[in-house]
Design a protein around this ligand. Structure first.
Ligand code: NAD
Ligand code: IPM
Ligand code: MN
Length: 358
């Protein structure tokens, strides 16, 4: 048996509900595959602010560093929205990504045949969609200096953020993207705003230069406004997308809706070494928190990504993904993916159906 130390960060809103389901699923799969999980919970986001005053207590970062992988649910909520920025839940999540140097965020958006009718787009448009968004996660306008709200000479306030990338930051995410495309259909689309932004010009130059090392990859470039349009117009043209932090945040939510619901999309945040963080693309959904309405499948699929990318246990990951397909085949649907003739279930019941399937 393999023994893995896993840090669980349930966070806020629907976080604890969906985390419970994912942990039960991991335990069940662990039994079948001879994997033992030593789960340790830690605080992040609003829950951590309430308990300690900080959205990312030092103890949490230490626990994460000392584990093989981190499974995160979601952070944030109305209650903490008016706190100063250093004390906001989002700052905790960004601190975790920066602290573990998780520069590569893989966000797969694949339409499942069972959910075609849950997509807001036409069947012909989404059938067969299989996209991997490779989002740079520790740079760009999220982290660039200077940043802040300053006062000008005339006494007016001025909000400042800086979109910046160094060559080495672009190269390392570029390599992850080219290598990801090699394992997929061999097509990479780099998304930027090089017609306006210098930082994007450098991005495009470096990505283009890297292409010579990957002659097997067909590289294209799109401006981000056009990419957003193409994603909803003809998403099947995309295989792998590589882009910066902010553009990747926005485009991955758009890509999520191709698949029917943001409640379906997992992600993996990886660094050069050390533990990765595995988390859904969605947030804490405060509007439905505590009502047993959340779709736990993005969280469960994030646990599968943890097994595949973090622990190198592809068979266990396959089992979880199969179970997800099976519950959907059986017609179980949470509200966000409901369509005619299907069986409505809450978060817990979806979890029980998954355990049955396993
Ligand atoms: P959100 O993703 O939380 O919710 C957007 C909409 O999608 C809501 O209507 C919500 O009910 C729905 N939704 C999301 N996940 C769902 C699920 N699993 N099942 C069913 N429906 C689901 O985005 P938001 O409302 O813009 O943000 C809410 C809070 O979450 C904010 O504080 C934000 O900063 C935070 N957030 C956190 C993360 C994260 O932890 N990684 C990601 C995005 C947003
Ligand atoms: C995400 C979220 C985060 C981001 C926020 C909550 C900091 O939207 O993971 O997509 O912008 O990266
Ligand atoms: Mn986001």
């Amino acid at each position: 048996t393999h023994n893995y130390r896993i840090t669980l960060l349930p966070g806020d809103g629907i976080g604890p509900e969906i985390m419970t389901v994912a942990v039960e699923v991991l335990k069940a799969v662990g039994q079948q595959c001879n994997l033992q999980f030593d789960f340790q919970e830690a605080l992040i986001g609003g829950a951590a602010i309430d308990a300690t005053g900080s959205p990312l207590p030092e103890e949490t970062l230490l626990k994460c560093r000392n584990s093989e992988a981190v499974l995160l649910a979601a952070i944030g909520g109305y209650k903490w929205d008016n706190l100063p920025r250093p004390q906001r839940p989002e700052t905790g999540l960004l601190g975790l990504r920066a602290g573990l140097e998780l520069f590569a965020n893989l966000r797969p958006a694949k339409i499942l045949p069972q959910l075609i009718d849950a997509s807001s787009l036409k069947r012909e448009v989404v059938e067969g969609v299989d996209i991997m968004v490779v989002r740079e996660l520790t740079g760009g306008v999220y982290f660039g200096q200077p940043k802040g709200i300053f006062t000008t000479e005339t006494g007016e306030k001025r909000g400042v953020n800086t979109m910046a990338y160094t060559e080495s930051e672009i190269d390392r995410i570029g390599r992850v993207a080219f290598e990801t495309a090699q394992k997929r259909q061999g097509r990479l689309c780099s998304v930027d705003k090089a017609n306006v932004l210098e930082v994007s010009q450098l991005w495009r130059d470096r990505i283009s230069a890297l292409a010579s090392e990957y002659p097997d990859i067909e590289l294209s470039h799109l401006y981000v406004d056009n990419a957003a349009m193409q994603l909803v117009r003809a998403p099947k043209q995309f295989d792998t997308i590589v882009t910066g932090n902010l553009f990747g945040d926005i485009l991955s939510d758009a890509a999520a809706m191709l698949t029917g619901s943001i409640g379906m999309l997992p992600s993996a945040s990886l660094g050069a070494s050390g533990p990765g963080v595995f988390e859904p693309v969605h947030g804490s959904a405060p509007d439905i928190a505590g009502q047993d309405k959340a779709n736990p499948l993005a969280q469960v699929l994030s646990a599968a990504m943890m097994l595949r990318y973090g622990l190198n246990q592809p068979e266990a990951a396959d089992k979880i993904e199969q179970a997800v397909l099976q519950v959907l085949d059986s017609g179980y649907r949470t509200g966000d993916i409901m369509s005619e003739g299907m069986k409505p279930v809450g978060c817990q019941a979806m979890g029980e159906a998954l355990l049955q399937a396993l």
